[in-house]
Design a protein around this ligand. Sequence first.
Ligand code: ARG
Length: 600
Amino acid sequence: RNGTSMASVASLSASLQQRVSAALAAAVPSATGADPLLRRSDRADFQANGVLGLAKRQKTNPQALAAEVVAALPASGGGGDDTIAAVEVSGPGFLNITVADAAITRNLAARAADDRLGVPVKEHPGVTVVDYAQPNVAKEMHVGHLRSSVIGDAIVKILEFGGEQVVRRHHIGDWGTQFGMLVQYLIEHPHELDHSAGEGDTGEASMSRLDRTYKASGALFRSDEAFKERARRRVVDLQAGDPETVALWQRFVDESKIYFDSVYQKLDIEIRDEDIVGESGYNDMLVETCDLLEKSGVAVWSNGALCVFFDDIKGKDGEPVPLIVRKTDGGFGYAATDLSAIRNRTGDLHADTLLYVVDVRQSLHFRMVFETARRAGWLTDEVTARHLPFGTLLGKDGKPFKTRAGESVKLEDLLDEAVQRATAVVREKGEKIGLTEEEITANGVQVGIGAVKYADLSTSLGRDYVFDLDRMVSLNGDTSVYVQYAYARTRSIFRKAAEGQQAAAHPELALEPAERALGLHLDAFGDTLAEVAGVYEPHRLASYLFQLASLFTTFYEQCPVLTADGGQAQVENRLFLCDLTARTLRQGLGLLGIRTPERL
Ligand code: ARG
């Protein structure tokens, strides 16, 4: 997409797994096109299971075919590709493959020489629109908005790193009948959103002003029929673009943005103004969207509403459940907006992939919206539209996360508490290594916010998970602070390294088991990212990083770095492994939106 990232295509280096796969495929001409089904294995570096299927298809004996493959592979050390050091047939025809130490170090050296750690950029990037971080105007954000934001931000970063052209869309809830009520209330109580003396422009103050207005207007709406009627007429004015009405509506949006900004700043997630295209942004398209649906016969009038029906979507009573695009009162709802947004995203933005990071409870909505858009021709076979549903955040009691009083938890309170807990953990360690109070505070934020994000990203999207701060900030276990700590450890090794001691790859050196395991995993970074980007599952990256941190910890325990007994070359090679580990952890955590403190 731009010159700098394209340039690194040239420095692309195949992973060891890809090299082994290629060598296997080349060994037997009859295997052309067959997948060797290579996996990392405990018995050797890799195990290939593909021979079994191939033998079945060719109606030959799998063990004989395996032996044929082995014989045809280039012998170790003998010219050509010397990636493979040893191959063994095992069981009914598996191949256990050991890679040469030199091949590992050489591959890692190529990664280290590249800013992108040898991770290739897509040759034919597509355009993906990611719909995420979509809170609602004039309302408090809830934990569902937290999940959408954290997951969406990671997916955006991972796709962009792979070279995809990503359009971010924050489809905020800034439209609908409630704004008639809110604006009408503001007209009748003009000072309602004014800042009172002493109240700054903080997110919290904004939210409390909005909340007050929301509650007061709602109460009036329920108790006063005449106000209700005025509010209803105000919606019509708003949708028609009446300037006074729109200006007052804008005040709600602006006030809410102050609040959203404060939460996103705390969350360390960048939301750009130009990417906020809320429901209101599609207002001008709604009439046309409905017309097109009606004219094409995709939607029909039923009981005064414009509806789309589906054979396979029925309610408990067996009656079909339609998607309502225009309500009986003539108003347009959530569905009309989403359909218009699809027209905009495919027709104007030329997206070939649409992703929606939204709560699992909206699954039926998206199923119906996508199907409708397909029937209308706005989604063609060339376009993939996917709802990436995420599960619910649970309290320790296993029920949806609430405060003790049963209210929904304020996001900011939750983030503040995470930072507080993390700071306590950081302080305990930090005092021993002489961190200043400033460093402790800064690290506490990075560890606390990292913990919240990591907990969210390390479970597979669809699953519910328990919000447990004690576990989330623990130094042991599958947590971000464990991974951050591994990073800080690499940095501390470099601070201790004497002048003149530097990282350098030495492919001539034999590797210890812990070095090989670490090296093979480092080499798989690019393959992991490609996989994650293909299936939109950030938890696979989280688990890769946790494993990397674990392998580094083992390496650190078993292989002294600065006091290595294999001489200067070994010290340099181990420093090289530390450096590549650090860069990989930093890049990987960065893609998850998690920072890496230098000293922990
Ligand atoms: N604002 C909605 C909510 O809070 C989420 C919007 C999801 N995106 C969409 N295109 N419908 O539930």
